[in-house]
Design a protein around this ligand. Structure first.
Ligand code: COA
Length: 165
């Protein structure tokens, strides 16, 4: 279906449909020179998780356009299971913000520690690799509406900082 100006009408999708948890066991090859997990390993997993979520929501290839509010709260020790949880918090016309939370689980006790959080923003691309409209977010709960409004404010700030608005 199209609107009079030919923009497609896309059905809203719940953030639950695309939400994802990726896990990876942290081995010596993930280490930095201090013997903990390298921050770049964590960021790569976050970007992978967020990119899959953006593609799942839009059913399009999605590229990372910006990353912000990355926090390294606690070091991740080797031998821990890393759990990267991602969920869409806000969508624009072609852009999608994913909230990432990272936990480290100690397998012998099951104890989980929040080690990182961040927001990654993606843009969905069409066949010509141009930005393309994404489905709006279905906001079923008050918490999702609040997250969406906060995401809109973050995006305004990003665009202002990038000198785009
Ligand atoms: C992402 C990319 C296609 C956007 O191109 P562009 O010319 O800025 O496109 P547009 O002006 O149409 O903007 C597209 C969307 O990105 C958003 N955007 C652009 N720059 C942004 C920034 N710095 N911060 C947040 N959002 C941004 C715009 O607001 C717009 O969102 P909207 O449609 O929801 O309003 C382009 O910047 C690019 O190819 N970047 C490289 C991506 C990449 O290689 N990533 C790493 C590997 S995945």
């Amino acid at each position: 279906m199209t609107t009079p100006n030919s923009a497609p009408i896309l059905s809203p999708r719940s953030p639950d449909e695309s939400a994802l948890t990726m896990t990876q066991f942290m081995q010596p090859e993930h280490s930095n020179s201090l013997g903990n997990v390298h921050g770049g390993v964590i960021l790569k997993l976050c970007d992978e998780c967020g990119g899959i979520i953006a593609s799942r929501h839009s059913r399009r290839p999605a590229v990372t356009v910006t990353v912000d509010s990355v926090n390294f709260i606690k070091p991740v020790l080797l031998g821990r299971l890393l759990l990267v949880h991602g969920r869409i918090s806000w969508t624009g016309r072609t852009s999608i913000e994913v909230e990432l939370r990272v936990e480290a689980e100690y397998l012998l006790t099951g104890e989980r520690t929040l080690t990182n959080n961040a927001y990654f923003v993606y843009v969905a691309l069409d066949e010509q690799r141009k930005p393309v409209q994404v489905p709006p977010l279905l906001l079923a709960t008050e918490a999702d509406k609040r997250r969406f409004d906060e995401g809109a404010l973050r995006q305004q700030r990003r665009l202002a900082e990038a000198g785009r608005r």
